[in-house]
Design a protein around this ligand. Structure first.
Ligand SMILES: NC(=O)c1ccc[n+]([C@@H]2O[C@H](COP(=O)([O-])OP(=O)(O)OC[C@H]3O[C@@H](n4cnc5c(N)ncnc54)[C@H](OP(=O)(O)O)[C@@H]3O)[C@@H](O)[C@H]2O)c1
Length: 327
């Protein structure tokens, strides 16, 4: 009896070890394929169509995507707020990559009103790729939900820019893609959305919307030839992150866009690059969701934030004093 019991335990133990071994081997292989081998097995992005549309295309990640897509042979339609910046970037893309460009000036915080004009701008173009990149943070730093000036306007702006833009732009381009039986929509979410993050409440909530929207839409339309990829970056050096110094953890926008575009065809939900994927794994282990949501952790983050705010206030005061002293 005892021997049968022992053999049963050994069998269960053996199956458990085998299960985890196969699971981790599979995950490891997927990671190698998506972030390492994809460099050598790039998808030809021209197969989706002639034009790529990029929102928030005049700086940061959006600008880098626009550049990289032009380099890979697509004509680029850029959408952003500032007409002057749009024309500068468009000229630069034409000069560097010899591709056609078009621009549409639109402020995504303005809500529904802007989409008829965008639809007109997209009319009759063979759009193969849409990059829903535009996005904004609730506040420049970590804050309690109500601790923000002009909260009423700010909340609407963030929702319009981060959620409405993604859904409405998708609604505009998807019918044409379905009709052609091919297309690629890249939605830029954020690593911040991988767990609920207090003090970044509205931002992370809008980004998890982007993640779920992309993953569900990919399932609905992949059988009709349309891929919807969700990209969730960690930290990329851009205006949004005060142009932080690039290092092993912080990517430059061009490097990020290059690596993230390599993952197309290999993964429909990706951190975009190896460094961010490894940080994602480490964060899941060492800073899990329950810890982020603990009152202790929120208090510590608040303290760090207050110290940083004082630091920036002191710098700004110092700059003002220097300016006043100048003749
Ligand atoms: N940087 C990061 O570390 C990071 C990490 C995770 C996720 N993300 C996500 O990546 C995306 C891009 O971020 P980023 O860091 O590249 O931002 P960024 O440097 O601030 O660039 C934002 C771009 O969007 C445009 N834009 C901003 N507000 C707009 C509006 N209301 N209407 C139209 N265009 C607008 C800006 O151009 P104009 O000012 O000329 O309009 C600019 O081209 C966002 O969705 C962000 O949430 C970034």
């Amino acid at each position: 009896m005892e021997t049968v019991f022992n053999s049963g335990l050994v069998a269960i133990g053996g199956f458990t070890v085998l299960f985890y071994f196969l699971k981790f081997s599979w995950k490891f292989w997927c990671g190698v394929r998506v972030y390492v081998l994809s460099e050598y097995w790039k998808t030809d992005l021209r197969k989706y169509g002639q034009w790529a549309v990029v929102t928030g295309a005049t700086s940061g990640i959006g600008r880098a995507y626009a550049d990289e897509l032009a380099k890979r042979g697509l004509d680029i339609l850029l959408i952003s707020r500032s007409e002057e910046k749009l024309h500068t970037v468009a000229r630069e893309i034409e000069r560097l990559h010899g591709r056609k460009t078009r621009v549409i000036q639109a402020d995504f915080t303005e809500g529904h009103a802007i989409y008829p004009a965008i639809a007109e701008g997209l009319h009759n173009l063979d759009i193969g790729i849409l990059v829903n990149n535009v996005g904004m943070n609730y506040v420049g730093t970590l804050r309690f939900f109500l601790d923000v000036s002009s909260a009423e306007k700010r909340i609407t702006d963030v929702i319009n820019c981060n959620i409405l833009s993604v859904t409405q732009m998708t609604r505009l381009v998807l019918p044409h893609m379905v009709e052609k039986g091919k297309g690629l929509i890249i939605n830029v979410s954020s690593e911040a959305a991988s767990h609920p993050q207090p003090l970044l409440t509205l931002y992370t909530a809008t980004k998890i919307f982007v993640t779920y929207f992309s993953r569900c839409l990919n399932t609905e339309y992949s059988s009709q030839g349309v891929t919807v990829q969700c990209v969730a970056p960690f930290t990329v050096s851009t205006n949004m992150t005060q142009n932080m110094t690039v290092n092993a953890f912080v990517k430059s926008a061009p490097d990020y866009a290059y690596e993230a575009l390599n993952t197309v065809g290999h993964s429909s939900h990706t951190s975009g690059c190896l460094s961010h994927a490894l940080q994602h794994v480490a964060l899941n282990i060492f800073f899990p969701g329950w810890l982020r949501l603990s009152p202790f952790c929120v208090r510590q983050m608040e303290k760090i934030c207050n110290r940083r705010r004082e630091h920036y206030d002191n710098i700004q005061e110092g700059e003002l004093t220097i300016k006043k002293k100048q003749p």
